[in-house]
Design a protein around this ligand. Structure first.
Ligand code: UDP
Length: 316
């Protein structure tokens, strides 16, 4: 297949480039490098089946030749990023999804949308299955991301229903691993880097909120299975091993062997407003339709992530 990956220089996008190239496909990575980095794809430079195009997908996309699949991952998925760039976040979810869907329709390509567990907002149903409609505050600080992805899902299903575009929608739950940006503000890079530097681990509020962390290799495997499936409607992918942020902090200290303190802080900006109190994927549909479930344990995944961040911090 000849596959376009928007956000191809990002965290998950660059891992998808690697996996699809290894499977023998031709890959075009497109990225405006606002939060993605060429470092993530530098090892692919010169690969005969790989091409990088610097482009902002909120503008018209022109690609010569056939395209068999469009994987739309371009986005600003970290709370810190979407709070700093709210308009761009809305634009890439809305205009960017429109342009990439238009391209998929023109090329008769499969369209895969990277959506998010944030469509469930601060959920009132737990764990979250695909038929739950969510609890999102449209005018809260997280609304820019949540609503952009909800709109993207609606647009994707409209192109499926009215233009017969062959669609896939993955709702990605918290995913971590090598190539996450150290400064993206999310809990995994924050805690690992704080632990490695011997700084206190900053828990927002009381640490009782829950998340479920999926290693990137498992996520990419699930996404590739979804691409090759016939499932046009949303599928949750994530690791159902739920834990509190306090327990996660303890786990990071254990894996890194750090003697950092744990510090409870209240951020002065709006980043924790509407912060979901709980989050855990119901992956029944992925198990049934894709025969997929995560394989990598939190300890193994954290080891890999730690090795990566040690390198980035110059601690190797
Ligand atoms: N969090 C924290 N300390 C940090 C960063 C995040 O306690 O240094 C909390 C955050 O408030 C949230 C959870 O960790 O409850 C996960 O946050 P993250 O930004 O990783 O992603 P989210 O799941 O909120 O999109």
């Amino acid at each position: 297949m000849r596959i376009l990956i928007t956000g191809g220089a990002g965290f998950i996008g660059s891992h998808l480039c690697d996996r699809l190239l290894s499977a023998g496909h031709e890959v075009i990575a497109m990225d405006n490098l606002s939060t993605g980095s060429v470092d993530n794809i530098a090892h692919l430079a010169g690969h005969e089946r790989f091409q990088f195009i610097k482009h902002d997908v909120t503008n018209y996309i022109f690609l010569e030749g056939p395209v068999d699949a469009v994987l739309h991952l371009a986005s600003l998925p970290s709370p810190v990023d979407y709070l700093n760039f709210p308009i761009q976040t809305l634009k890439v979810g809305a205009l960017g999804t429109h342009k990439t869907l238009g391209l998929a329709m023109e090329k008769k390509a499969i369209f895969l949308l990277a959506s998010t567990s944030e469509v469930y907002g601060d959920p009132l149903v737990h764990p979250q299955a695909e038929d739950y409609w969510g609890n999102v505050n449209p005018v809260g600080p997280r609304g820019v991301y949540d609503e952009s992805k909800r709109f993207a899902e609606a647009l994707t299903m409209a192109y499926h229903n009215y233009h017969n575009v062959d669609t896939r929608v993955v709702r990605i739950f918290n995913t971590y691993g090598p190539r996450m940006r150290m400064d993206d503000g999310r809990v995994v890079p924050n805690f690992i880097c704080q632990a490695l530097r011997g700084e206190p681990l900053t828990i927002y509020d009381d640490g009782s909120r829950t998340r479920s962390f999926c290693y990137v290799e498992d996520m990419v495997e699930g996404m590739i299975r979804l691409l090759h499936s016939r499932e046009a409607t949303p599928v949750n992918l994530g690791n159902p091993a739920e834990m509190t942020i306090l327990d996660f902090a303890r786990k990071v200290l254990e894996v890194t062997g750090s003697d950092s303190e744990i510090e409870f802080v209240t951020p002065t900006d709006v980043r924790t407003k509407d912060d979901p109190k709980v989050r855990c994927p119901d992956i029944g549909k992925a198990k049934r339709v894709l025969m997929w479930e995560p394989k990598v344990s939190l300890e193994e995944g954290l080891q890999q992530a730690m090795t990566y961040f040690r390198g980035k911090l110059g601690l190797t």
